[in-house]
Design a protein around this ligand. Structure first.
Ligand code: FAD
Length: 383
């Protein structure tokens, strides 16, 4: 077989010191996907002297971490934005203990709430006592990884490297890209979104397929997009929900909120965000960005009137459902009986899995992806 190899990657890889590697540790691990899980795994493996390569299909690292700069005078998160936990999880991601690592965060406790239901706008500010989360002050989830994780792993990332096949190569594993290049490695860590596995975009050969791959179809993977709009004046509350109070406050995976994206941030600009994820695959996500923006402006005009068009400066759409290598928002409900931890258990000590869908109690979050990566690194060193 004519095996083209990763000359560029091989040249950039670290020469690992055998003295740092325990008997159980792999010498070389290939990580598929450079999102929160892949980057976290690479960070920890590198620290123990394991040689790592990260293969990322898209042209840039981050996955569902993505930053918008130049639109407002503060950076904005086009993907993950909230810290859905105590900020001390930042230290835990990096094994630095319970610490926020000195990263400035804000208590996100919106004060003004409105509901748009049946053509009427109603205030319900009593909610300000019941909801509080954490956000970054002047950085983003993307910025956190850029500062604390990327310096240790940047040289190991190959972008534009979409993996299509994983197979055995003697006692090792062969990873094949869509362009025909291959890379042999000791172990593989797959961190691609659930949507990629559900569409069989990676073929697992030679008995390396996960346990009951079909059962992955029983796990929901939502659609989703975000929009940021810049206005010359502020006519909106801290949070605007659509629907009745009962339907909005019901515990479902689908969410749609307009929110003051500048809340608590070091800016006086008027930036309105729209966050929408749904457990239904279709809907507005099928529109192109221009049509989606117009649709959102029309909706806001119906709610707030002509001030919307008069005060509108600019808007940006990030449609995650149309991102080729993501195809949605995040994993949601499990409609089947098989636990995803069982479905994506390590295969023959060679193929391992991580990512937000394996985040257990932190499923569908950044820290869930990161903690699943740490668990996978531990599994590798004993397998
Ligand atoms: C709109 C939206 C809002 C969110 N808000 C929050 C929030 O506020 N707080 C929070 O904690 N979380 C939030 N999340 C979820 C969070 O972003 C994710 O849980 C997390 O970033 C997922 O990380 P990951 O590493 O598991 O996957 P990803 O970030 O998706 O990384 C997987 C990588 O694999 C790559 N890939 C795919 N196929 C291949 C292939 N064949 N070969 C090579 N590479 C491939 C992809 O390009 C991608 O870069 C949000 C997500 C979305 C979409």
């Amino acid at each position: 077989m004519d095996r083209r190899t990763f000359a560029g990657l091989a040249a950039s890889s670290l020469v690992c010191s055998p003295g740092l590697i325990s008997a159980q540790q792999p010498r070389h691990v290939t990580i598929i996907g450079a999102g929160a899980a892949g980057l976290t795994a690479a960070y920890h493996l590198t620290r123990t002297g394991v040689q790592v390569h990260i293969l990322e299909a898209s042209p840039s690292w981050g996955g569902r971490l993505k930053r918008l700069t130049g639109f407002a005078d503060v950076p904005l998160d086009l993907g993950a934005e909230w810290i859905h936990d105590d900020p001390k999880i930042l230290g835990r991601i990096l094994d630095q203990g319970e610490t926020d690592l000195g990263v400035a965060t804000i208590n996100y406790q919106p004060q003004t709430y409105q509901f748009w239901n049946n053509g009427k706008l109603k205030n319900f500010n009593a909610l300000r006592h019941g909801y509080e989360e954490v956000k970054f002050f002047d950085t983003t989830w993307y910025g956190f990884f850029e500062t604390f994780v990327l310096p240790a792993v940047r040289e190991k990332i190959a972008v534009g490297a979409a993996v299509s096949q994983i197979s055995k190569q003697g006692s090792r594993v062969s990873v094949r890209l869509t362009d025909g290049r291959t890379l042999d490695t000791d172990k593989v860590l797959v961190t691609v979104p659930l949507s990629v596995l559900q569409r069989d975009q990676i073929a697992f050969q030679d008995g390396l397929a996960p346990h009951s791959l079909n059962a992955l179809q029983d796990i929901g993977f939502g659609s989703g997009f975000k929009v940021f709009l810049k206005f010359s004046e502020r006519f909106y509350p801290d949070i605007l929900f659509e629907g009745s109070r009962a339907s909005v406050l019901a515990n479902t995976w689908s969410e749609k909120i307009y929110y003051d994206a500048a809340f608590g941030k070091p800016t006086s600009q008027n930036i309105l965000g729209l966050f929408t994820v749904s457990d239904e695959p279709l809907g507005r996500v099928s529109l192109d960005d221009g049509a989606l923006l117009q649709d959102v402006l029309a909706e806001l005009t119906e709610i707030f009137g002509s001030v919307v068009r008069e005060a509108f400066f600019d808007g940006v759409v990030q449609n995650w459902s149309r991102e080729r290598h993501i195809m949605g928002s995040y994993s949601m409900e499990n409609y089947g009986n098989d636990d995803i931890i069982e479905i994506l258990a390590p295969v023959k000590g060679r193929v391992f899995f991580a990512g937000e869908a394996l985040g257990q109690d932190d499923q569908s979050t950044v820290q869930g992806a990161a903690f699943s990566a740490k668990r996978a690194v531990e599994q590798m060193t004993v397998a």
